[in-house]
Design a protein around this ligand. Sequence first.
Ligand code: NAP
Length: 320
Amino acid sequence: MKTRMLCDIEVSEVGMGCMAFSHGYGSIPDERYSVEAIRGAYEAGCTFFDTAEVYGPNLARSQRGHNERIVGKALADVRDNVVIATKLFLDAGIGSPYKRIRKHLEASMDRLQTDFVDLYYLHRMASTPVEDVAEAMGRLIDEGLIGGWGLSQVGVDTISRAQAVTPLSAVQNIYSMVERDVEDEVIPYCAEHRIGLVAFSPVASGLLSGRVRSTAQFERVDDVRTWVPQLSERNLAANRPLVEMLEDFAATKGCTPAQLSLAWMLAKWDNVVPIPGSKNKGRILENLGSAEVELTAEELDKLENALDGITIYGHRGFTR
Ligand SMILES: NC(=O)c1ccc[n+]([C@@H]2O[C@H](COP(=O)([O-])OP(=O)(O)OC[C@H]3O[C@@H](n4cnc5c(N)ncnc54)[C@H](OP(=O)(O)O)[C@@H]3O)[C@@H](O)[C@H]2O)c1
């Protein structure tokens, strides 16, 4: 698969979000299936894997690291060939931000079976000033413990304050055809500063695949789809014109709607890398296949015009 740069970190242009093997989309597969699915993605050309310390069943503190352990196990044999990104939550605590962050990092490295994390994100801004986090991340880079660092769900004000202390490799924000806030300022700022925009929930939690027809398909336990705004029963119906447009367009390209939605952001921006998530081996490969779907400038224009003409119902947005 072709690659893209997140500052100096080279990754496959479509990555893989591993969260659903532990949290967020209902029941989780058994560990063997999850490990095989991740290896399957690697064998299909994916070299960029996204996890977080908190991804565990129901985000329970006692289950912290569940997802990192699976990712670590799946990639241990091919560690040198892949980029592993993980994230930490920084609670207010005793000690310097550096010491607190390093403690989280060491625990993550242990679970990931590695002595180096390629890309380390702060999962959400909290009480610690971003400048202090940036300074600590800079020390970890200098010590060779991480390759680069990033922030998640942030706006340009926070990004630029961080960037002034320790340049970022990536910003991970929500981005899809139905969540386009980042197009106004964040992506252009990132492009100008060689920062990658890693797009999470790029298939809009399944909406853009066209395969979500009713909330009855969702699971009731640990399933974000029960509150994702575009996926309420009423908004699923209201968003049908978007899905139908994608289905028709995808048919002309010989691809699936999910692939088209990912190919769209790849065609639009050089610094965007989507990390679709799925707990299904077939759909993981389908999503990675979006890297093969090339859109001409004319097709991209046509798609943009069609999108501009459709009202989207439901919005998650991001924290500025
Ligand atoms: N930084 C953050 O705060 C943050 C927040 C959320 C997620 N993330 C990261 O971003 C990754 C991706 O986010 P996400 O999982 O919400 O992305 P997503 O791919 O937009 O949504 C995943 C959902 O869509 C379905 N889906 C995906 N591809 C499909 C396809 N081709 N056909 C039919 N259904 C499809 C999946 O169902 P199946 O599993 O049944 O295929 C699953 O229910 C996560 O794994 C995680 O690593 C980060």
